[in-house]
Design a binder for this molecule. Structure first.
Ligand SMILES: [Fe+2]
Ligand SMILES: [Fe+2]
Length: 282
């Protein structure tokens, strides 16, 4: 018999009433401040729900970027578009290995929907770039480094690297939304920010499940290493994308302050207790 979780029922209710707007997304359980992380099945339902409830993008809007706007965002958006376009092959491989040990086979399916969301971001950004005659990037050194890092080790390491990039993205897309007067780009950034906000919960909770049985000092050391990596990444991101941040009204100190707030929130989310015992098998 098919069972529907509390979130599944709520999602179905929202879809059936076609009432999806900014106020309702805040009711979605992924943003709940509860003490338990969601199961992979609940996340699977979330991703299915989100896929059917996207913001409308005004693709027909005729606004052309000014020369200054184009200079500010072109190289930067090319790099982010490339970063969003990963097929997630190594991530899925690591997820299958994790599922085999933990018994959480639904996680692999959930991760596929997560990767599909990232590829939607890449496709939408590419469409915008094509409209504005900004060529796609084939390679970018930061993207190459992030991809190589994600290939290096297990699921935990791959997710920690991914989470670091997504925390940067959470502030970056706010700046990008304000860096031009393009209605298409503004709405596209809003959609990406909605998605990325949930991705942060998804990845943080998964890291929490993987690390659930670790001692306090082990968690302290892991946290410290992540902070060092995060600090180095934020410097690189600022140096590489400062034109967008400045155009979007961000000084370095504001950018740094906001990403560290997001990082601390993510750490808090990691400390939620898993609802099931799958993580305890690890
Ligand atoms: Fe994304
Ligand atoms: Fe993401």
């Amino acid at each position: 018999m098919k069972t529907t979780t509390k979130f599944g029922q709520k999602a179905q209710d929202l879809i059936s009433h076609k009432l999806f707007d900014n106020s309702l997304i805040e009711e979605m359980p992924a943003t709940d401040k509860h003490n338990f992380s969601k199961t992979s099945t609940e996340w699977l339902e979330y991703f299915r729900f989100n896929r059917e409830n996207l913001l409308p993008i005004p693709w027909e809007a005729s606004y052309r970027l000014s020369d200054i706007e184009k200079t500010n965002i072109s190289n930067s958006i090319r790099s982010f578009q490339l970063g969003e376009s990963s097929e997630g092959t190594n991530l899925l491989k690591a997820a299958r290995a994790y599922a085999a040990i933990s018994g959480d086979s639904v996680y692999v399916e959930t991760l596929k929907l997560f990767i599909a969301e990232e590829q939607r971001h890449a496709a939408d950004l590419a469409r915008f770039m094509k409209q504005q005659e900004i060529p796609l990037a084939q390679r970018h050194w930061t993207d190459t480094i992030f991809r190589k890092l994600r290939k290096l080790a297990n699921l935990e390491f791959a997710i920690a690297v991914l989470l670091t990039a997504e925390l940067m993205a959470l502030v970056y897309y706010k700046a990008l939304a304000d860096a031009t007067r393009s209605a298409v780009l503004k709405q596209l950034c809003q959609q990406i920010l909605r998605d990325e906000n949930q991705h942060i919960y998804f990845q943080s909770e998964q890291l929490g499940k993987i690390r659930y049985r670790r001692s306090t000092w082990q968690l302290y050391c892991t946290d410290l290493l992540h902070r060092l990596f995060f600090n180095a990444t934020l410097l690189v991101v600022w140096l590489d994308h400062y034109k967008v941040f400045r155009a979007g009204g961000y000084s370095f100190s504001r950018f740094s302050q906001e990403v560290w707030i997001e990082f601390d929130n993510a750490i808090q989310t990691m400390h939620r207790k898993p609802q099931n015992t799958q993580s305890q098998k690890l």
